[in-house]
Ligand binder design. Structure first.
Ligand SMILES: *Cc1c(COP(=O)(O)O)cnc(C)c1O
Length: 367
């Protein structure tokens, strides 16, 4: 069972939501999303499971493009690009990346030219479908590259490639803003973890909602990839609702090294917000057993849970992130990790355009 209280933190030491909001308000923010994003109980699914009570926070309905968690991060990142007078934004990601598409969509709105370095995946062709179709419609500059070592590419190798592309634009006199995948780790032109600030903000917003519904969540569960969603949520929970556990379901990285990354981002975000350091290694709860065959590889559980959620609740999950995370949550419930009386908030972080390029696999699995 996941611990109920953080050691050394009691209710009295928690910051009020108002104080935390004031800290966040010191950062420039551009309006990109509808807020608050909707929240409701998954009544049919909770009943079928026989508890716990699961609520959903619809970060897939942010309103930028097809929505998703990257839009909330970009509300804080785009002002940094504008402050640096950027004319060109360069980032990297995997083919069919939600981050790449959402960032490109935010950039074109403010007149910044998006350049996307997309690393090939072996399970998907580089064709104009899903997010890549949207990148194309936006007029983003797309450069498809081979991964450097095997299946993946390290942040350092990717940043080196981005820097080479950046030099092409600098040689033409352009001001370039480089940013890592997910807007998570402060590197390139983004010197502070602005993406994580977006998710502290999301936590504060959610807490106002759950309190208006009359409860304080026992746990928040979400899909975790590059780390700033989890870092921001953990920080929000530590600061304003110590009873709330944040549980990240990893879709790509092994848990020990990934938890270290999340802790690093959270610690940097505390400093950036001017908070006393409080996040500790054991606050970062990551489960990595739902990655299964690898990042983005659709499996039977994901296909089944996507159908179940759509049929029972009318909500569409995605095959890369939220499908794996929700399948993970249901499995963890079965394993007794949560009490039947718990109230859990599942963050739907978006990603639905990825359904379409994975159509053949999904149809085959649901036959
Ligand atoms: C990027 C992404 C995540 C993971 O968020 P991180 O902040 O990168 O950990 C989860 N779900 C979807 C749909 C995403 O696109």
């Amino acid at each position: 069972m996941i611990r109920k209280t953080y050691p050394g933190v009691d209710k009295e030491s928690a910051m009020s939501n108002k104080e935390l909001r004031e800290r966040i308000a010191r950062f420039s923010r551009i309006e990109l999303i509808h807020r608050p994003t909707p929240m409701r109980k998954l009544a049919a699914i909770s009943a079928e499971l026989g508890g716990p009570e699961i609520w959903i926070k619809r970060e897939d309905l942010t309103g930028l493009a097809f929505g998703g968690n990257k839009s909330r991060k970009l509300e804080f990142i785009i002002p940094d690009m504008l402050a640096q007078k950027a004319e060109v934004m360069i980032t990297w990601a995997a083919l069919q990346s939600n981050w790449a598409m959402q960032t490109a969509a935010a950039c074109t709105r403010v007149g910044i030219h998006p350049v996307l370095i997309l690393f090939k995946r072996y399970d998907l062709p580089p064709e104009y479908d899903g997010n890549m179709l949207l990148d194309y419609i936006l007029g983003a500059e797309i450069r498809v590259m081979e991964p450097i070592t095997g299946k993946s590419v390290s942040q350092e190798d990717a940043l080196a490639i981005v820097e080479r592309v950046a030099d092409e634009f600098r040689a033409k006199g352009k001001i370039v803003y480089t940013i890592p995948v997910g807007g998570s780790v402060p590197m390139g032109s983004m010197r502070t973890p602005l993406g994580a600030i977006g998710y502290v903000d999301a936590f504060v917003e959610m807490l106002d909602q759950t309190r208006s519904f009359g409860f304080e969540p026992d746990a928040v569960v979400h899909s975790s990839g590059s780390g700033s969603t989890q870092a921001g949520l953990v920080l929000g929970a530590k600061a304003s609702s110590p009873r709330t556990r944040v549980v990240g379901i990893s879709v790509s990285d092994e848990k020990t090294s990934f938890a270290r990354d999340v802790l690093m981002i959270a610690t940097a975000a505390e400093k950036t917000l001017g908070l006393k350091p409080s996040v500790r290694p054991d606050d970062i709860i990551v489960f990595d057993e739902y990655i299964k065959d690898g990042y983005g590889i659709v499996n039977q559980e994901v296909a089944d849970i996507t159908r179940w959620m759509f049929r029972k609740e009318g909500i569409i999950l995605d095959p890369v992130y939220t499908g794996k995370a929700f399948a993970g949550l249901v499995d963890l419930i079965g394993r007794g990790v949560f009490a039947k009386t718990d109230k859990i908030v599942f963050f739907h972080t978006g990603g639905t355009p990825a359904l379409f390029p994975n159509k053949h696999k999904i149809v085959e699995l649901l036959k």
